[in-house]
Write a protein that binds this ligand. Structure first.
Ligand code: HEC
Length: 100
């Protein structure tokens, strides 16, 4: 919960910039490939990107993306810092969701 608040605070601080603008997408991709892709790929026949692009995917806004990253970070035992979550947001938004 603390992480979610921190991410939302970072997010609202940049409300006038593109979502996750302050995140480092490259660093986010490294974290994603290490910590996130395996579990998602296991659920979608080895295709880690599918979870974000499936027709009924859940994330519909930058805020719900931030929330989902925090939820999945909790699955991992909350071992990521708010900056990591912001970087993950930059990567996932740039590569998949494309929120403006
Ligand atoms: C232990 C398994 C597991 C790990 C590890 C995991 N996730 Fe997930 N993630 C899931 C599951 C299961 C769902 C689908 C939830 C649903 O559809 O209800 C999901 C869904 C998501 C979604 C929403 C996709 C959509 O539908 O639009 C995002 C974003 C996401 N995860 C981000 C991450 C990030 C970032 C990490 C790494 C920090 C991560 N996840 C690590 C299991 C995991």
């Amino acid at each position: 919960m603390k992480n979610l608040i921190a991410v939302l605070a970072l997010f609202s601080a940049s409300a006038f910039a593109a979502p996750f603008d302050k995140g480092d997408a490259k660093a986010g991709k490294v974290t994603h490939d290490k910590q996130c892709a395996g579990c998602h790929a296991a659920r979608f026949n080895g295709d880690a990107g599918k979870i974000y692009t499936r027709a009924d995917h859940r994330v519909k806004s930058p805020a719900s993306l931030a929330q989902m990253i925090t939820t999945c970070n909790a699955n991992l035992g909350n071992n990521l810092f708010p900056e990591d979550e912001l970087n993950l947001g930059a990567h996932l938004n740039g590569a998949f969701y494309k929120f403006k």
